[in-house]
Design a protein around this ligand. Structure first.
Ligand SMILES: NC(=O)c1ccc[n+]([C@@H]2O[C@H](COP(=O)([O-])OP(=O)(O)OC[C@H]3O[C@@H](n4cnc5c(N)ncnc54)[C@H](OP(=O)(O)O)[C@@H]3O)[C@@H](O)[C@H]2O)c1
Length: 303
């Protein structure tokens, strides 16, 4: 198949062997999954050209032919603002796609790891959202991802659903790379200070997805890097760390602005901090502070 990529990590003697299919090959999470394949796992990465997850027959054909032990769905419609006018496409990819994957996994006895979002919440809380908190999305994107969670749970109750937030990587489009570009181009920047959440380095999320595919905890979980930030806090940290590493050649004023000063087509939750503690317990892992993860990502940008 023209676009497939099959990779096997070094296998120490006696390691558990699994074949895992990763849906989505060119996104941020998929890129970090490809960089961190655990020992004993053979992974195949499937691009959107090879499989459109909103095509039910194609999903069933591929999963049935491949017979994976587990599937990690790293594919999604992630254009949050565009989704407001492309509702049908967002729901086809974020709601129907995961449901078709779950049905196909169910039919062959494979595990599924589905990735979801903090945008399933309305942001009216002031303490971290737990997996039991009541979702109430305020955007088409959030509604489509929540419908995806429900489709997966109905078709395959044993699936692992991981909600995450503010994902970035050295690959793809994200806030960190946009800030670095704008900080080089502009004389000053205004960044929203009244939306609070937690940045998540896709490399850390990838390791969690690999573990979930192997350990198979059932149900909804949350994962983000530790700590809390506004987009403004995050931007200030990006500038300061990038300046120290010589990634920016000038210092510009970064001004705190309000959401009302930066209107976007999609509404965002003003507070979307996720409590990762149940997944930390289930997988016996600890989340790392977002500043440390940002530092590690920026070190990668230097090589
Ligand atoms: N980015 C964030 O800030 C954020 C926050 C919270 C949750 N999440 C969730 O985290 C997961 C990973 O996000 P990400 O940032 O890695 O996304 P991303 O970089 O936007 O990548 C999404 C991938 O999905 C693929 N895709 C789109 N439509 C498809 C279709 N119909 N069939 C198959 N593949 C399709 C795209 O393929 P092409 O490149 O070929 O179009 C792309 O490679 C998603 O579930 C997302 O909802 C992300």
């Amino acid at each position: 198949m023209a676009y497939s990529l099959k990779l096997t990590a070094n296998t120490p003697e006696g390691a558990f062997l699994m074949y895992i299919l990763i849906i989505g090959k060119n996104g941020q999470l998929a890129y970090e999954l490809a960089n961190s394949i655990p020992a004993g796992i053979t992974a195949r990465f499937v691009s959107s050209q090879e499989l459109d997850i909103s095509n039910q027959a194609a999903v069933h054909t591929l999963i049935t032919a491949e017979q994976p032990d587990a599937v990690i769905n790293a594919a999604a419609y992630t254009a949050v603002d565009k989704a407001e006018t492309e509702q049908e496409q967002a729901f086809n990819i974020n709601a129907k796609g995961p449901q078709y994957l779950a049905e196909a996994c169910q039919s062959i006895g494979a595990h599924l790891v589905q990735v979801s979002t903090d945008f399933v919440f309305d942001g009216t809380a002031n303490t971290p959202y737990t997996p039991d908190s009541t979702p109430n999305p305020v955007s088409v994107y959030g509604s489509s991802k929540l419908a995806g969670e429900r489709g997966v749970q109905q078709a395959l109750p044993s699936a692992t659903i991981i909600r995450t937030s503010w994902v970035y990587s050295s690959h793809g489009n994200n806030f960190v790379k946009t800030m670095l570009r704008l900080m080089n181009e502009k004389e000053q920047l205004g960044v929203v200070a009244d939306q609070i959440g937690a940045p998540t380095w896709a490399a850390g999320l990838a390791r969690v997805c690999w573990q979930a595919a192997q350990q198979k905890p059932a149900g909804i979980y949350h994962w983000s890097d530790a700590g809390v930030a506004s987009w403004y806090d995050f931007a200030v940290a990006i500038q300061s760390l990038a300046r120290c590493k010589g990634l920016l050649n000038k210092q510009i004023p970064v001004n705190a602005i309000e959401t009302a000063d930066y209107p976007t087509p999609a509404k965002r939750p003003s507070y979307s901090v996720l409590s990762s503690s149940s997944l930390q317990q289930a997988l016996n892992i600890k989340s790392v502070h977002w500043r440390e993860q940002l530092n590690a990502m920026l070190n990668e940008a230097l090589v």
